[in-house]
Design a protein around this ligand. Sequence first.
Ligand code: FAD
Ligand code: S2G
Ligand code: ZN
Length: 478
Amino acid sequence: RHGSRMFPQLKRGSFNRITDEDVNRFTGIVGETGIKTEELDHYNTDWLNTVSGFTELVISPKSVEEVAAVLRHCNERRLAVVPQGGNTGLVGGSNPVFDEIVLSLERLNNISHIDPYAGIVECEAGVILQNLSDKVGEHGYTVPLDLGARGSCFIGGNLATHAGGLRVVRYGQLRGSVLGMRVVLPDGQILDGRSNMRKDNTGYDIKQLFIGSEGTLGVITDVSLLLPQSPVSVNMALLGCDSFDDVIKCYRLSRQCLGEIVSACEFMDSLCMTSVNDILGLASPLENSHKFYYLVETSGMNMDHDMEKLETCIEKVFESGCATDGVMAASKDQARHMMSLRENIAPALKAVGFNYKYDVSLPIQHMYSLVEQIRNKIRLTEGAFSVGYGHLGDNNLHLNVITPHYSAQALSLIEPFVYEEVSRLKGSISAEHGMGLKKANYLRYSKDPSMIAMMRSLKDVFDPNGIMNPYKLLPWND
Ligand code: FAD
Ligand code: S2G
Ligand code: ZN
């Protein structure tokens, strides 16, 4: 049996298969409640329904020590392991390809401490992002990360993929807010990098290696995060533009007018707007007659101050003619609704067919031409269409091609062209979702061979038996 129709050439590694003795050993470590051997589809298949392995065992440890004991046994027995958080990853990284054991962090979900003065939270990897956000919100703080999967993804998965999301333009990337982290290595060693110090220049910053490691080096069990104050006033404007050049002009003007209160700069094309309108029934406050939409959000501490700045910004946008229509949210609910139009593009696209997703960083002026090139390449493919949207403030394009069903022929029209083009433009073939299974073989399009060689050396240091999330992140067919 094979878990990936996209990579039929992929062969199962020489890992051992689980025996009854192994299951007894694991049950002895985590107890009956920490073991699942039936109804495992939820763990085997990704959110997108594009990859599906066939694990026979899901282990959910309840403590760091249990994680360590489980991994130690897997390592001694050469049993492959996929760490899994909320299973919302989009690159096939969180699911077994064959029969790898799934180590789920779902029961390691304690929020152990919030320091109300310093704005620091200490929590375990299995805390759902929304729950973490609600909890720190009670103390007037916000998590410096937000994404559409907040209701299911875990903070440990966010760290393992180094998730980006809607707030990078305001709070920077997640790794900059991580003060300390604890990680368990495959041999059971607990690397205790817990710290609440905002500044600590004592030696190599080892924890940073695990952020974005996608479960291939060890299991992240705890984190200390630095938290920004929650904003008091949140405002949003949705602008309709008739060219991507106009979208960029709107973006530039909004950054100049709004400065430090900008908290999100997103764009979507008309097919995205049609998708969320028609498939999810989410109405747009603007006529859906524009080629593009630009969403700018502000977050600050003084509603009058922020409203004045946003109104000035919109006046300048109209004066310059780079938006032909626009609306400012009249309430927090309307602001949330406007953002939901952008956040629900992924669920809408998933509902209408097989999604080929390309999450790329590009120079801003080239961001949309890639969509048009791909649109041209698939123009003769029955039922296929492509959309472009993303985090404009991070030069991060989400290019998606959708076909009614998986089509190797459609895939061959897109790959490797899309990676060659991104590489030619000196972009990144994965801006925020990671490499997982789907992008692993294309790492060379964004990383120099010397860097890939060093990544393999580090993999050997931390996981010499290669049991951690095999077939992921690093190329397996070179
Ligand atoms: P999983 O999917 O369970 O795992 C992801 C990877 O991390 C896997 O390789 C897994 O092995 C590894 N892993 C998980 N937990 C651990 C751990 N504790 N230790 C070590 N390795 C671990 N991503 C963005 O960056 N920006 C977005 O805007 C964004 N929006 C999204 C919107 C929707 C609707 C959906 C469905 C997904 C979106 N994503 C986005 C992708 C996904 O939500 C993120 O990658 C998220 O960080 C994954 O977290 P998770 O807990 O679901 O991890
Ligand atoms: C986003 C989510 C998934 C996708 O919406 O910002 O990261 O559709 C994406 O690529
Ligand atoms: Zn995104």
